[in-house]
Design a protein around this ligand. Structure first.
Ligand code: SAH
Ligand code: SF4
Length: 454
């Protein structure tokens, strides 16, 4: 496979520091954007020492799986993938099989016993560990952590690298009672602002036009660093980088979603009119037992303020249904809240007990069928809301950043993060195109390119 734009970073940097070695790597990723960013980093490290990507695990000289355990279903998929690789590992015993991501704990004995065919388990914050199975990495003299490579996962064929993820804060200081993330990702650690800005500059010189700042609680950025600065300051600094056309950040915690951050977003050229603010539940008693540290009113106030300050802003949120003890009335509070607020996107999850968390000690007393029913109920509600909201977009023109082409149609996203498919004969990959909407569905928009591109 040829080198991807991922490597064509800065004019002064050669594509990879070691020549191609004829070896291939295969990376499989599930979970959140942080995992995608970490996988992109691993890919970049391997490319630096001459490896090339393959989409086919049979051709690989090294296989890396990046895991997620936020819900049982994700964990089951990882276990399934690991088990299915056992055969390949028997055929190619010399091929390192590596597991990273949130399945990897500090105590690895249990994992080793369960998956004896895995050669290396590494904590997602400890990239240097890869040297154990890729000794060439040790030949690179400088700090691997400084590699400017948090590139959009070049997963699907034809996807562009015009859009990139940049982790800015690792870990989480909250302890929501259902959540395993703090146990696997540790306490908050913000990256220095100058390091982030430099990374963004390098990305832009490699063709990136949209930057998404990442963190489990991205708006807690800076709280752990000396000095009095936070996400608002970082947004201003990244916005000032010439060539950053679109700036996004996720995931925010309602408690830290200050008016200062919202005002800053509203005033910046590149900051997109999109707010990702998980609420998780609409009932205050459930929120209290989830240890979310805010009320429904606070979340609603933050959304209302954002809408006041940014015209046309779209809103995404996360919801868990069937939390222990959630009654039907409490569930209906969530229903009512979503109906009232009208989010553009809702990530719905059925509660899944995670061993080691506080709520796992409580009875998982909402039966699976009932969780499923609540999930379906909210899905139907959301379909109705999105039908209405997207329906109002008919005939409007939106700026779309073109990310790929499938079945003869271009696709990309608006500044509000709505997916748009459109017809246009021009070569548009990576371009900003004005698209007039000719048809709407609850989940995406269809349109045609107008004359204007940038
Ligand atoms: N930091 C973010 C969420 C991180 S986890 C926040 O504060 O909201 C991503 C999503 O997974 C959560 O928003 C939640 O909806 C879901 N999730 C986390 N733990 C879960 C569990 N035990 N069961 C079901 N869904 C869960
Ligand atoms: Fe998990 Fe809560 Fe931290 Fe989000 S804020 S990562 S849900 S503990």
């Amino acid at each position: 496979m040829s080198s991807r734009p991922v490597i064509a970073l800065t004019p002064h940097q050669s594509p990879s520091r070691l020549p191609p070695n004829g070896k291939h790597f295969f990376i499989w990723t599930i979970g959140c954007q942080m995992n995608e960013a970490d996988s992109a980093k691993v890919a970049a490290m391997l490319q630096e020492v001459g490896y090339q990507r393959t989409e086919n695990e049979q051709d690989a000289d090294i296989v890396v799986l990046n895991s997620c355990v936020v819900r049982q279903a994700a964990e089951d998929k990882v276990a399934g993938k690991l088990n299915s690789l056992a055969r390949l590992k028997r055929q190619k015993p010399e091929m390192p099989l590596v597991l990273t991501g949130c399945m990897v704990t500090r105590q690895q004995e249990a994992l080793r016993a369960r998956f004896p065919h895995v050669d290396l388990f590494f904590d997602p914050s400890d990239f240097d560990k890869l040297e154990a199975v890729v000794p060439e990495l040790a030949e690179l003299e400088d700090d691997l952590a400084a590699l400017p490579h948090y590139y959009q996962p070049e997963t699907s064929a034809g996807a562009s690298s015009v859009s990139a993820f940049v982790p800015i804060i690792y870990g989480c200081n909250f302890l929501c009672s259902y959540c395993i993330v703090p146990y696997r990702r540790g306490k908050e650690r913000s990256r220095p602002m100058e390091e982030i800005v430099r990374e963004v500059e390098r990305m832009v010189s490699g063709g990136v036009r949209e930057v998404t700042l990442l963190g489990q609680t991205v708006n807690a950025y800076g709280h752990d660093l000396p000095g009095q600065f936070g996400l608002a300051d970082l947004l201003r600094a990244v916005d000032a980088v010439a060539g950053v056309e679109r700036l996004r950040f996720l995931t925010s915690h309602p408690k830290y979603m200050s008016h200062e951050i919202i005002d800053t977003m509203a005033g910046l050229r590149s900051a997109c009119e999109h707010m990702n603010l998980p609420v998780q539940a609409g009932d205050n008693e459930v929120l209290r037992r989830m240890r979310r540290t805010y009320t429904r009113d606070l979340w609603q106030e933050r959304i209302a303020y954002t809408r006041e300050r940014m015209e046309g802003v779209t809103v995404a949120t996360d919801i868990i249904v069937g939390f222990p003890g959630e009654t039907d009335e409490q569930f209906m509070q969530t229903h009512e809240l979503l109906d009232e607020v009208g989010c553009d996107k809702v990530h719905l999850a059925m509660y899944s007990p995670r061993p080691g968390t506080l709520s796992a000690r409580w009875e998982d007393d909402v039966p699976h069928e009932e969780k499923h029913r609540r999930h379906q109920t909210l899905e139907h509600l959301q379909e109705r809301i999105c039908t209405e909201q997207n329906g109002r977009r008919l005939g409007e023109t939106y700026e779309v950043l073109v990310e790929g082409k499938a079945k003869g149609r271009w696709s990309g996203r608006t500044r509000g993060n709505t997916l748009v498919h459109f017809d246009d004969d021009r070569a548009l990959l990576g371009k900003l195109v004005d698209v007039r909407i000719t048809r709407t569905t609850p989940w995406f928009l269809i349109g045609e390119g107008t004359g204007t591109t940038r």
